[in-house]
Ligand binder design. Structure first.
Ligand code: VGL
Ligand code: ZN
Length: 205
């Protein structure tokens, strides 16, 4: 599956806090870096997302007295998993993994900066209605298929791929270049949901 001239490599949240040693480490998260660097060579377009929370963000367990990380709470927009403090704006943990070599990336979408709403997807906040602007960017530039890679399979990759399909973008998820957190079977559920949404799942391209 060779990328065409209007295809985009969407690199999701490959940041220090999601890699081993980070605040919300995804098991083996850094192992996606060489695969992504290799794939990027074949793409004319590359867009990155960056999880980018203010201190005290409402998705942090520390903002909810008595709540532990990896439990859930009910927010006005629905159920929300609570996380360890991570990807705080301007912190080293929020920086991209230093091994990521994507000098031609055209666009960085920051997300999760709204103190009251988390944002897994590259397209919408977790209320599933407040847009990040990525869809407008892609459409205005006439960009086409999206190849999704990065962290984490069961959260930000999953919701980005589902929303991309909902918006009508042809969507391919390259699983060898993704890693998951896996809370209570969430990787299997995420893979099923992406497939159900009409994304094409492949191991590699
Ligand atoms: C993510 C949990 C919290 C992700 C971001 O990138 O998948 N997961 N914030
Ligand atoms: Zn986050």
């Amino acid at each position: 599956m060779k990328p065409g001239p209007n295809d985009v490599l969407l690199v999701i949240d490959v940041q220090n806090d999601f890699c081993p040693g980070g605040a919300l480490a995804v098991p083996d998260g850094d192992s996606v870096v060489p695969d992504i660097n290799r794939m990027a060579v074949d793409f004319a377009h590359c867009v990155l997302t960056q999880d980018w929370h203010p201190p005290g963000h409402s998705s942090f367990a520390s903002s909810h007295p008595g709540k532990a990380p990896f439990t859930t709470t009910t927010m006005p927009y629905g159920e929300q998993t609570l996380w360890p403090d991570h990807c705080i704006q301007g912190s080293p943990g929020a920086e991209f993994h230093p091994g990521l070599a994507l000098p031609r990336a055209e666009m960085i979408i920051r997300k999760g900066y709204n103190p009251a709403i988390d944002s897994y997807s590259a397209f919408f906040e977790n209320d599933r209605t407040t847009p990040t602007g990525l869809s407008g960017y892609l459409r205005e530039r006439g960009l086409g298929r999206l190849f999704c890679v990065g962290l984490a399979t069961d959260f930000c990759v999953r919701f980005s791929a589902e929303d991309a399909r909902r918006l009508g973008f042809e969507t391919i998820v390259v699983l060898d270049a993704c890693r998951g957190i896996d809370l209570g079977g969430s990787v299997a559920a995420g893979i099923a949901a992406m497939r159900e949404a009409g994304a094409t799942l492949v191991d590699r391209i």
